[in-house]
Design a protein around this ligand. Structure first.
Ligand code: FE2
Length: 202
Protein backbone atom coordinates (compact mmCIF):
# COMPACT_ATOMS: atom_id res chain seq x y z
CA UNK A 1 0.00 0.00 0.00
CA UNK A 2 1.52 3.26 -1.12
CA UNK A 3 1.41 6.42 0.95
CA UNK A 4 2.62 9.57 -0.81
CA UNK A 5 3.11 13.10 0.44
CA UNK A 6 4.70 16.32 -0.77
CA UNK A 7 6.29 19.31 0.94
CA UNK A 8 6.85 22.55 -1.00
CA UNK A 9 8.88 25.39 0.48
CA UNK A 10 10.22 28.69 -0.75
CA UNK A 11 13.87 29.10 0.19
CA UNK A 12 15.57 32.48 0.40
CA UNK A 13 18.55 31.71 -1.83
CA UNK A 14 19.33 31.21 -5.49
CA UNK A 15 18.95 27.78 -7.10
CA UNK A 16 22.73 27.63 -7.69
CA UNK A 17 23.37 28.16 -3.97
CA UNK A 18 20.75 25.59 -2.90
CA UNK A 19 22.20 22.95 -5.22
CA UNK A 20 25.79 23.86 -4.34
CA UNK A 21 24.96 23.32 -0.67
CA UNK A 22 23.40 19.94 -1.49
CA UNK A 23 26.45 18.80 -3.45
CA UNK A 24 28.89 20.13 -0.85
CA UNK A 25 28.78 16.82 1.01
CA UNK A 26 31.72 17.62 3.29
CA UNK A 27 29.39 19.59 5.56
CA UNK A 28 26.83 16.81 6.06
CA UNK A 29 27.98 15.07 9.22
CA UNK A 30 29.19 18.22 10.95
CA UNK A 31 26.19 20.43 10.23
CA UNK A 32 23.49 17.77 10.42
CA UNK A 33 24.84 15.92 13.45
CA UNK A 34 21.51 16.33 15.23
CA UNK A 35 20.01 13.79 12.81
CA UNK A 36 23.06 12.14 11.24
CA UNK A 37 25.65 10.15 13.20
CA UNK A 38 27.89 9.05 10.33
CA UNK A 39 28.09 9.03 6.57
CA UNK A 40 30.33 7.38 4.02
CA UNK A 41 30.23 6.45 0.35
CA UNK A 42 30.24 2.75 -0.59
CA UNK A 43 30.08 3.15 -4.37
CA UNK A 44 29.87 5.70 -7.16
CA UNK A 45 28.53 4.73 -10.58
CA UNK A 46 27.95 7.58 -12.99
CA UNK A 47 25.54 9.92 -11.22
CA UNK A 48 24.56 7.33 -8.62
CA UNK A 49 26.11 7.33 -5.15
CA UNK A 50 25.55 4.51 -2.67
CA UNK A 51 25.67 6.04 0.80
CA UNK A 52 26.03 4.35 4.14
CA UNK A 53 24.42 6.58 6.71
CA UNK A 54 23.81 6.55 10.44
CA UNK A 55 20.62 8.36 11.43
CA UNK A 56 19.14 9.50 14.72
CA UNK A 57 15.35 9.27 14.53
CA UNK A 58 13.44 11.55 16.89
CA UNK A 59 16.74 12.48 18.50
CA UNK A 60 17.46 9.08 20.08
CA UNK A 61 16.66 6.03 17.90
CA UNK A 62 19.84 5.18 15.98
CA UNK A 63 19.70 3.24 12.73
CA UNK A 64 22.19 2.64 9.94
CA UNK A 65 21.04 2.39 6.37
CA UNK A 66 22.38 2.26 2.86
CA UNK A 67 20.66 3.94 -0.04
CA UNK A 68 21.26 5.10 -3.58
CA UNK A 69 21.10 8.80 -4.39
CA UNK A 70 20.84 9.59 -8.07
CA UNK A 71 21.49 13.04 -9.43
CA UNK A 72 19.62 14.43 -12.44
CA UNK A 73 21.27 17.79 -13.18
CA UNK A 74 20.83 20.51 -12.49
CA UNK A 75 18.49 20.28 -9.49
CA UNK A 76 16.83 16.89 -9.07
CA UNK A 77 17.92 14.25 -6.52
CA UNK A 78 16.27 10.88 -6.09
CA UNK A 79 16.98 8.57 -3.14
CA UNK A 80 15.87 4.94 -3.23
CA UNK A 81 16.88 1.32 -2.57
CA UNK A 82 17.04 2.00 1.17
CA UNK A 83 18.24 -1.00 3.15
CA UNK A 84 19.12 -1.83 6.72
CA UNK A 85 22.82 -2.06 7.55
CA UNK A 86 23.79 -4.69 8.45
CA UNK A 87 21.12 -6.34 6.31
CA UNK A 88 20.00 -8.86 8.94
CA UNK A 89 19.27 -6.28 11.63
CA UNK A 90 15.46 -5.96 11.97
CA UNK A 91 14.59 -2.47 10.93
CA UNK A 92 12.07 -0.11 9.29
CA UNK A 93 13.38 -0.73 5.76
CA UNK A 94 12.56 -4.44 5.93
CA UNK A 95 8.88 -3.48 5.93
CA UNK A 96 8.66 -0.12 4.18
CA UNK A 97 10.16 0.74 0.80
CA UNK A 98 10.81 4.47 0.68
CA UNK A 99 11.59 6.67 -2.31
CA UNK A 100 12.40 10.35 -1.83
CA UNK A 101 12.64 13.00 -4.47
CA UNK A 102 13.99 16.52 -4.03
CA UNK A 103 13.81 19.19 -6.73
CA UNK A 104 15.17 22.73 -6.64
CA UNK A 105 13.68 25.13 -9.17
CA UNK A 106 13.68 28.87 -9.61
CA UNK A 107 10.80 30.74 -8.02
CA UNK A 108 8.58 32.11 -10.83
CA UNK A 109 8.38 35.63 -9.35
CA UNK A 110 11.31 36.12 -7.00
CA UNK A 111 15.07 35.52 -6.90
CA UNK A 112 14.48 32.53 -4.67
CA UNK A 113 14.24 28.75 -4.85
CA UNK A 114 11.28 26.43 -4.66
CA UNK A 115 12.17 23.17 -2.94
CA UNK A 116 9.77 20.32 -3.70
CA UNK A 117 10.10 17.18 -1.60
CA UNK A 118 8.13 14.08 -2.61
CA UNK A 119 8.07 10.91 -0.59
CA UNK A 120 6.51 7.54 -1.34
CA UNK A 121 6.29 4.81 1.27
CA UNK A 122 5.21 1.36 0.17
CA UNK A 123 4.16 -0.57 3.27
CA UNK A 124 2.23 -3.70 4.27
CA UNK A 125 -1.38 -3.33 5.44
CA UNK A 126 -0.52 -3.79 9.13
CA UNK A 127 1.63 -0.65 9.08
CA UNK A 128 -0.91 1.44 7.15
CA UNK A 129 -2.48 2.89 10.36
CA UNK A 130 0.96 4.32 11.22
CA UNK A 131 1.52 6.07 7.89
CA UNK A 132 0.93 9.55 9.33
CA UNK A 133 3.40 8.85 12.13
CA UNK A 134 6.05 7.85 9.58
CA UNK A 135 5.22 10.92 7.50
CA UNK A 136 5.58 13.14 10.54
CA UNK A 137 9.03 11.73 11.35
CA UNK A 138 10.28 12.13 7.79
CA UNK A 139 8.85 15.65 7.46
CA UNK A 140 10.37 16.70 10.76
CA UNK A 141 13.82 15.35 9.90
CA UNK A 142 13.72 16.85 6.43
CA UNK A 143 12.61 20.24 7.77
CA UNK A 144 15.36 20.23 10.39
CA UNK A 145 18.02 19.41 7.78
CA UNK A 146 16.68 22.13 5.45
CA UNK A 147 16.68 24.69 8.26
CA UNK A 148 20.28 23.85 9.13
CA UNK A 149 21.23 24.25 5.46
CA UNK A 150 19.43 27.59 5.18
CA UNK A 151 21.11 28.89 8.33
CA UNK A 152 24.47 27.89 6.79
CA UNK A 153 23.54 29.56 3.50
CA UNK A 154 22.61 32.80 5.25
CA UNK A 155 25.85 32.76 7.27
CA UNK A 156 27.75 32.35 4.00
CA UNK A 157 25.76 35.22 2.45
CA UNK A 158 27.20 37.53 5.09
CA UNK A 159 30.76 36.67 4.13
CA UNK A 160 30.53 36.13 0.39
CA UNK A 161 27.41 38.05 -0.63
CA UNK A 162 24.02 36.63 -1.60
CA UNK A 163 24.20 34.26 -4.57
CA UNK A 164 27.98 34.10 -4.54
CA UNK A 165 28.97 30.56 -5.58
CA UNK A 166 32.62 31.31 -6.28
CA UNK A 167 33.76 29.19 -3.35
CA UNK A 168 31.83 26.18 -4.73
CA UNK A 169 33.42 26.71 -8.14
CA UNK A 170 36.96 27.16 -6.80
CA UNK A 171 39.47 24.57 -7.96
CA UNK A 172 40.27 23.25 -4.48
CA UNK A 173 36.64 22.82 -3.40
CA UNK A 174 35.25 19.28 -3.53
CA UNK A 175 31.63 18.90 -4.64
CA UNK A 176 29.76 15.80 -5.72
CA UNK A 177 29.29 15.82 -9.51
CA UNK A 178 31.27 19.03 -9.76
CA UNK A 179 31.57 18.83 -13.56
CA UNK A 180 27.78 18.97 -13.84
CA UNK A 181 27.59 21.81 -11.33
CA UNK A 182 30.20 23.86 -13.18
CA UNK A 183 28.52 23.15 -16.54
CA UNK A 184 25.17 24.47 -15.29
CA UNK A 185 26.15 27.26 -12.93
CA UNK A 186 29.64 28.58 -13.74
CA UNK A 187 28.07 31.55 -15.54
CA UNK A 188 26.57 32.69 -12.22
CA UNK A 189 30.04 33.42 -10.85
CA UNK A 190 30.06 36.59 -12.91
CA UNK A 191 27.20 38.17 -11.01
CA UNK A 192 28.61 37.39 -7.58
CA UNK A 193 28.98 40.47 -5.42
CA UNK A 194 31.34 40.75 -2.44
CA UNK A 195 29.68 41.45 0.89
CA UNK A 196 29.43 45.10 1.89
CA UNK A 197 30.71 46.31 5.25
CA UNK A 198 27.09 46.79 6.37
CA UNK A 199 26.26 43.17 5.51
CA UNK A 200 29.32 41.87 7.34
CA UNK A 201 28.37 43.84 10.43
CA UNK A 202 24.67 42.90 10.31
FE1 FE2 B 1 23.11 20.09 4.19
Amino acid sequence: MKHRFRVVEEQDCTVAVAIGAYLDCEHYVHLHRSIMTKLSIDKVEGRKVTWRQGLRWLGFLKITQTFVMEYFPPGHFKSYDMKAYPRWLPQFHHFVKTVMDVRYTKHPQRDATVMTFDCEMDMPFFLWPFRNVFQGIVEKMHHLKDQEDLDMIHRRDKFFGRGNINSYLAEGQFLLFKDDYVAHFAHEAQRAQPATAAELNA
